[in-house]
Design a protein around this ligand. Structure first.
Ligand SMILES: [Zn+2]
Length: 389
């Protein structure tokens, strides 16, 4: 929908930022299904146009003199061609602008899912394509980029995403949370306190928290429009009746800015309070579902809970076996000789703690962070009922 407008006539759309945003939101909610069709058509046409133009998605010209019938020769050509011929940060400029526009709209309406024309990326959807598109549309040559997957910088997926950005956007890679200007992540928010100079991009597999209680996106969009979340509340109540507490492991539903129900992506409950009144901009992107949403800095993010059944974080029976931390999110790991132990999930911070056990999560900022204080060991031990807000 918006995509079409952009590529056809840019001057028409320059001055109409906020108004256009609002009206198209209403239009989506009312006529979701029908617009989806036209959007896809428009996207295809745009893409074809771009390809025939020559520049962007065309692979690098293979080196002259390589015989195409030889497999070795072809591979050699690929090796030597590198990323020559691709646009800066892999995506073409139209795409980056379109992603940025959806991102700005998402920031303007915290928690609201904004559609965008999700592009094909050099990996399968469901492997972080949304996050990559947002990251690549934000990155500039001066940025420092960190990618984590389940708390680890070293997983194959994280390493490959980081390498893509490194080679196409010429950014400096880092594993140090405090040194990164943009962090792309799957399933975790780093333990160290993020600042207002950082952006966290979260990969999202399932955008709508209501889909757990109703499979119809059509009806769920109407529920979001009317702020009608009763079905979710009933589901939580049933959960309490059955289990005596709210049994949601990850992607705990939150109310953003007192308005939109939002899935914080499958982060553990442990990370959920980090979204509340943070200094950092959080961007959520789903490539497969073609949606972007955001939590801007200083926004209220409230986990759904009842007065007598409060939101709780995970509790762990043991300290980290590697660094001794008791105030980090830990996972059970099995060593080579079959022993099971608990270790920090955030490997980068765990390494820092191994070097200096006294280092605090807010060591680099002079700011009081509520969620950090709550996890200090003394409080942790005394408070086995969890904190809740
Ligand atoms: Zn540790």
């Amino acid at each position: 929908m918006t995509d079409r407008g952009e590529s056809d006539d840019d001057t028409l759309r320059t001055g109409d930022g906020v108004d256009a945003g609002e009206s198209s939101t209403a239009a989506e909610t009312e006529a979701g299904e029908s617009t989806t069709g036209t959007e896809t058509d428009a996207e295809d046409e745009t893409r074809e146009g771009l390809e025939s133009d020559g520049g962007v998605s065309e692979p690098a010209p293979s080196s002259p003199g390589v015989a195409p019938e030889s497999v070795d020769g072809l591979l050699e050509g690929v090796e030597s061609a590198g990323i020559e011929g691709y646009n800066y940060a892999y995506l073409d400029e139209h795409t980056k602008r379109e992603v940025r526009r959806a991102t700005l709209k998402a920031i303007a309406i915290p928690g609201h899912q904004v559609p965008f024309a999700s592009r094909e990326m050099p990996l399968a959807r469901g492997w972080g394509t949304g996050g990559i598109q947002v990251s690549l549309s934000l990155l500039g040559p001066d940025d420092t980029f960190k990618v984590i997957d389940q708390g680890s910088d070293e997983s194959v997926n994280a390493a490959n995403i980081r390498r893509l950005a490194e080679t196409t956007a010429n950014v400096d890679p880092t594993r140090d949370t405090t040194a990164a200007s943009i962090i792309q992540t799957r399933h975790r928010i780093p333990e160290e306190v993020l600042t207002d100079e950082q952006i966290l991009v979260l990969q999202v597999p399932t955008t709508d928290p209501l889909r757990k209680v109703d499979g119809s996106d059509d009806r769920n969009r109407r529920r979001h429009a009317h702020q009608n979340y009763s079905k979710m509340w009933v589901s939580l109540y049933e959960n309490v009746v059955e289990w005596d507490e709210i049994q949601i492991g990850a992607a705990y539903p939150v109310l953003v800015n007192g308005r939109y129900l939002m899935s914080p992506s499958p982060i553990p409950r442990w990370d959920t309070p980090k979204l509340h009144q943070a200094e950092t901009l959080f961007l959520f992107a789903a490539g497969r579902e073609a949606r972007i949403y955001a939590v801007p800095p200083h926004t209220d993010v409230e986990p759904l809970a009842f007065e007598d059944k409060r939101f709780q974080r995970e509790r762990f029976p043991e300290a980290c076996a590697l660094c001794g931390s008791t105030d980090t999110y830990r996972t059970e790991v099995e060593t080579d000789d079959g022993k099971r132990l608990y270790a920090c999930n955030d490997t980068s911070f765990c390494e820092k703690r191994q070097r200096d056990p006294s280092i605090q999560k807010a060591h680099h900022v002079d700011r009081d962070v509520g969620w950090e204080r709550l996890e200090e060991p003394a409080v942790d031990a005394a408070n086995d009922g969890g904190e809740g807000r």
